[in-house]
Write a protein that binds this ligand. Structure first.
Ligand SMILES: [Zn+2]
Ligand SMILES: [Zn+2]
Length: 281
């Protein structure tokens, strides 16, 4: 299917603030391919390749981020979607030295803070690699509790602009393994994380990567987005988390409709790590 342009508002371009290229270990499309797809959709974007601190010295994880930034600036000299460049720092709280070093490596437009691995004894590999079907209920609860503890610490102490894909383990627990996870269970922890994001003036990400999948919701879901707004949270970014060009700006129109129904009227992107708001109505 030929990609259709999507707009935030008449004459206003979306900025997809969370994407990956082959500078990420799991990226499937080159930055040039991603840009061509974004250009076809009329969307500007940030390339935010992975830097998980626990892998910082497992091979060279620094150079790819620098090369992505350099290529973005090179591509920006030719017509097409504008590319902002940054990094998605996973597990910043595991290794301050690595996080500081990637932050000072080059100029970043945007820094994403996220958790892909949890400090749960014996299960510290990325949750995308864990078979949760063998976890008894109590262990699953302990694991999730540790995810929210780690994310709360990240939200509070890390240097980032956007807190990404809040509740992402649900994608695996619910979407991949069909496990029953009560959406109420960690609401107090989630609420406290939202408070931190608001108090520190950070942005919450609306991650669209699960829309249309077995876990067919925004991350975080509508109820949490509503809570964020009720608490006074206004700074929101939209990210497809695309690892493949065909997922560029995935489901932005339906996400926008949800945001409008909650009462949000703006989205934010970052340039030189400064937030810039734009209308979605
Ligand atoms: Zn991520
Ligand atoms: Zn990502």
């Amino acid at each position: 299917m030929k990609p259709r342009p999507v707009f935030a508002a008449p004459g206003v371009r979306f900025v997809d603030t969370h994407t990956h290229s082959t500078y990420s270990h799991d990226g499937k499309s080159s930055l040039a391919e991603m840009r061509a797809a974004m250009s076809a959709r009329g969307v500007d974007f940030a390339v935010t390749d992975h830097f998980d601190t626990e892998l910082a010295w497992d091979g060279d994880r620094f150079s790819p981020i620098l090369r992505a930034a350099e290529e973005a600036e090179r591509l920006n000299r030719t017509p097409g979607a504008h590319i902002y460049h940054g990094v998605e720092i996973g597990e910043a709280i595991w290794n301050d030295t690595a996080a500081d070093r990637i932050l000072s490596l080059c100029r970043h437009d945007v820094v994403i803070g996220s958790i892909h691995s949890v400090r749960y004894p014996g299960w510290m590999q990325p949750f995308s690699l864990i078979d949760f079907r063998n976890f008894p209920a109590e262990k699953l609860d302990g694991y999730l509790s540790q995810y929210f503890t780690d994310l709360a610490e990240t939200a509070e102490t890390a240097d980032y602009d956007i807190l990404a894909h809040l509740t992402v383990p649900y994608r695996y627990l619910i979407g991949k393994f069909g496990l029953a996870v009560s959406p109420e269970r960690f609401l107090p922890e989630i609420s406290a994380i939202l408070d931190t994001v608001i108090r520190r003036g950070k942005a919450l990400e609306v991650n669209t990567s699960c829309l249309g999948s077995a876990y067919d919701v925004l991350m975080p879901d509508e109820r949490i987005l509503r809570l964020y707004r009720e608490k006074g949270g206004r700074r929101l970014t939209i990210g497809s988390d695309a690892h493949l060009a065909e997922n560029a700006a995935h489901a932005f129109e339906s996400a926008k409709n949800v945001l409008l129904s909650i009462g949000f009227s703006e989205l934010t992107y970052y340039e030189n790590r400064r937030p810039i708001a734009y209308p979605i109505a």
